[in-house]
Design a protein around this ligand. Sequence first.
Ligand code: AMP
Ligand code: ZN
Ligand code: FE
Ligand code: FE
Length: 288
Amino acid sequence: MSKLRIDLHAHSNASDGTESPSELVKQANDAGIDVVAITDHDTLAGWGEAITAANYRGTNLIPGLELSTAIQGRSVHIVSYLVDPEFEPLQQELETIRMARFNRAQVIIENLQSQYDIVWEQVLLHAPPGAVVGRPHIADTLVELGYASDRSAAFHEILHPDFGFTIPLYAPDPVRGISLIRDAGGVPVLAHPAANRFGRTIPQSDLARLVDAGLFGLEIEHPENFDIGKKRLYEMAQYFGLAVTGSSDWHGTGKTNRFGDGLTEQPVLDQILREGNTDQAILNTYRG
Ligand code: AMP
Ligand code: ZN
Ligand code: FE
Ligand code: FE
């Protein structure tokens, strides 16, 4: 049997992807992905539709999320798989983060109003009802208004923190985030850990805290990780005994990342299935 293509990080329009959860599943399938994960920012709202689509197509889906956390205002994303969706403390923390995102987006709009003709209602039109609001929706609004040529340009030219409009998002410490994910029966992985400027990775002392809290792995094969940081990450994965994952971080047309731009090895998925709530996994053809 040929090697399976396993891509464990993708966003739908339940957060800041451009396509619906069912379209995410369809496009992953069309791109030859055997197992895909839906990992929207701070919400499980896309799970139901994605699960229906995966069963309809007879494909394999790992339901997950990308949890926002932060260390001293610097954002740290924890991509997480197979949590119990009913686990109350996680639901509560997600609700708190979503409220913080909503309020933050409104502050960013107020800040932008000093130089741009933009109103909050325009941003809401760029997010489906109930979607987790993020800077990408503000970016899309700036594009519509003619202030930037595309989402990425809006990030680089207007929404980058250096320009003073963007403020940090409230988010829990990653130690708390990782503990919550484990308590919910999920499997936490540090997302794109070398995607910062110059590929600077998380300091080893911080990583040690995350490992103690139950971190499962490092998402090293991610298209936005810089090579210099990846080398260091492979050393740290070895040192701490962490798993290595690979993913595309697909956002539909909202990012240039394509399905398969990062892939996870099958034994790592098998370990995720052993450590997570296996009953949440939708496995129509995959046999671990
Ligand atoms: P936020 O969650 O509001 O802080 O916004 C971060 C989101 O914006 C992440 O999902 C990123 O994938 C996305 N993002 C960051 N930079 C860019 C970019 N240059 N082009 C498109 N999306 C981006
Ligand atoms: Zn995103
Ligand atoms: Fe992320
Ligand atoms: Fe992501």
